[in-house]
Design a binder for this molecule. Structure first.
Ligand code: SF4
Length: 162
């Protein structure tokens, strides 16, 4: 169950935005699906998961005193579980966003790649592709699984109703 990525990994490694949070219980900390919790449990990585809230655990980053995902290696900005990172991590800077009585595919306009590319044909084509993927099975099941806990993000751009 996967989908194409649009952002070159080199750009992500340069940026210091993702996987960092201003609060310990940030709404931006990725949600975990039940199957992702089971998978991480099988790999003995449950210490990085808040299984009660079904979210990745955040820890204080001694470098800048913000909070970071427990799986982030701040020294080189890499992810310890990159190959099997959760759905919401693979989706970002796209997000599942709660609107008034509706659920949307949205994008975070503060992502460096989006700032530079939001007006391009490449971005539009990818956004259409992603919306199509998320409106089809098995992704409709995933959206339904998280429906009750989908956050209402501030300052994001809704792209397509899901
Ligand atoms: S699991 Fe990896 S990609 Fe996801 S928030 Fe943590 S460090 Fe970032």
């Amino acid at each position: 169950m996967d989908f194409k990525q649009i952002i070159p990994s080199g750009l992500c490694l340069e940026c210091r935005g993702c996987s960092r949070f201003s609060e310990k219980d940030s709404m931006w900390s990725p949600l975990l699906l039940d199957e992702e919790i089971e998978y991480l449990k099988g790999k003995n990585l449950l210490a990085g998961c808040d299984t009660k809230k079904k979210k990745l655990t955040t820890i204080l980053n001694p470098i800048d005193e913000n909070f970071v995902c427990a799986f982030l290696l701040p020294q080189d900005n890499s992810c310890r579980i990159y190959e099997f990172r959760p759905f919401e991590c693979r989706l970002y800077p796209f997000l599942i966003n709660r609107g008034k009585n509706k659920i949307y595919l949205a994008v975070d306009p503060h992502c460096l790649f989006i700032e530079r590319n939001a007006a391009t044909k490449q971005f539009q084509e990818y956004a259409d592709y992603l919306a199509g993927v998320l409106k089809s099975p098995p992704w409709t099941r995933v959206i339904n699984e998280i429906r009750d806990v989908i956050p209402e993000y501030q300052d994001v751009m809704n792209i397509s109703e899901l």
